[in-house]
Design a protein around this ligand. Sequence first.
Ligand code: AMP
Length: 191
Amino acid sequence: MSNKLNIVLFGPPGAGKGTQSEFLIKQHGLVHLSTGELLRAEIKEETPLGMEAKELMDMGELVPDHVVIGMIRNCIEAHHNAPGFIFDGFPRTKAQAESLDSMLASKSEPITAMLALEVSESELVKRLLKRGETSGRADDKNEDVIRNRIREYEKKTAPLKDYYSAQGKYKGVNGVGTIAEITARLSSAIG
Ligand code: AMP
């Protein structure tokens, strides 16, 4: 068995994955891999990849699997001495989950657990519109785009619950409460 801690932080947009990642990183010294942040960095640098991704992101659609899989592969290789990773916003499709498993299997460092933050849709929309006032993210400002992101999640990402449950790795956590309360729930889920 590997002694590395590889956590997938799962949940719909606005569930609090980014906020709660910060605690997990500090607590366990994990390397944070957020495909959303990596893509926003590409957009800022105005790279061809960033320009292609921006159009899809602005509509609340997922970017193609091969794009995010390539990014994650590069990051895992760049941090091969890390005590473990926290995957935030990845995987979002079954193809991404299968690629991640095969990347980690080749290093004998499998996913330890998928921690899923559970939050109702009405609460998500409320949180994201509020975040849109300060985040500077175009995809947080428009309610139609927010609802499309939630639809994409339900259609393509939510089925990953079954994928990780079948491996005995899915752990649902109530994502409503204060930041500290949710942090405490995540801590006890990690054990
Ligand atoms: P996030 O910061 O995780 O909310 O991601 C923002 C946007 O980036 C998403 O709405 C997608 O358009 C894109 N994105 C981020 N991660 C992925 C992924 N793993 N697969 C496909 N698209 C992604």
